[in-house]
Design a protein around this ligand. Structure first.
Ligand SMILES: Nc1ncnc2c1ncn2[C@@H]1O[C@H](COP(=O)(O)OP(=O)(O)OP(=O)(O)O)[C@@H](O)[C@H]1O
Ligand SMILES: [Mg+2]
Length: 262
């Protein structure tokens, strides 16, 4: 069934029109299993539209979007989504929010009993450092804690593909940095996850990704692909000190600025 050279996610010559507006123009992008790929680009260039198509919330006007070689026909729990805001349910404690994807006793088609659900909740709360906060309500948590809870809930669904639309954009710099490190860690330790991440922050893209794609202003096309040379085994403190990192970061920021319509 699965072919080793087959891509986990593939957009083939995808265009998307909304009324008379061309939002995406013959865009092709492929992502290998287990990789973190980030898309950056000017506002309105179609980044969220790409994620929505991979999630199955919307379909391309022409071209194809495939997961495991199969055309996407609609949303599927195999593909989890994390939004810019944590979107926790305010009337549920954090543990119940994290348990929510499996609340009705099923996980990717398997039945889970109450103990299995509680164990999985405890595991993911622990993996994001929220074991001591399980009884708090969202309004009793800081923005960073809410973001951790949203990440735990995303992991809980055990989706093989994580779709993240500027998930850390509303956080302060310090918290954002710790969320980036946390994401890198959990992607490595919590099973094989393929991540498609959207951000406006070039440094964030370079710190968390295996590949970065830069999009043009609308109608969106891929104008640059960077295979990030320093992810993986290296500590972020070593990465940010490299001249190569600073050069690439400034080069991408300059290119991004030139793409923004004036
Ligand atoms: N459901 C929709 N109906 C009509 N137009 C839409 C719809 N969704 C997106 N668009 C349009 O498509 C274009 C791309 O939108 P999209 O949200 O994908 O941009 P984006 O790159 O995510 O921008 P931002 O960085 O501001 O989040 C925009 O012009 C937007 O107005
Ligand atoms: Mg967007």
């Amino acid at each position: 069934m699965s072919n080793p050279s087959q891509k986990k996610i593939e957009l083939q010559n995808v265009s998307k029109t909304f009324g008379s507006r061309l939002a995406l123009d013959r865009l092709s992008l492929s992502i290998e299993e287990g990789k973190t790929v980030t898309v950056i680009g000017p506002t309105g260039c179609g980044k969220t539209t790409i994620l929505n198509m991979v999630a199955g919330f919307t379909t391309p006007s022409t071209g194809q979007v495939l997961v495991d070689g199969v055309e996407i026909v609609g949303p599927n729990p195999q593909r989890g989504f994390m939004f810019q805001r944590p979107t926790l349910l305010p009337w549920l404690k954090v543990a119940d929010n994290v348990e929510f994807p499996v609340r009705y006793g099923r996980l990717q088609g398997k039945s889970l009993n109450a103990k299995e659900r509680a164990d999985a909740t405890a595991h993911y709360l622990n993996s994001v450092g929220l074991s001591d906060a399980s009884n708090l309500y969202p309004h009793e948590m800081s923005g960073g804690m809410q973001s951790r809870a949203a990440l735990a809930r995303l992991l809980m669904a055990e989706s093989s593909v994580l779709l993240m639309d500027e998930p850390f954009a509303a956080l302060d710099a310090q918290t954002r940095f710790s969320m980036q490190q946390l994401l890198k860690r959990v992607v490595k330790t919590e099973g094989l996850r393929t991540v498609l991440f959207i951000t406006h922050d070039v440094e964030e893209a370079l710190l968390i990704s295996d590949h970065v794609y830069l999009m043009s202003a609308a109608p969106g096309r891929i104008v640059r692909h960077v295979e990030v040379p320093f992810r993986g085994h290296e500590d972020y403190r070593d990465i940010v000190l490299k001249a190569e990192f600073t050069e690439l970061k400034h080069e991408l920021i300059d290119q991004l600025e030139r793409l923004v319509p004036t």
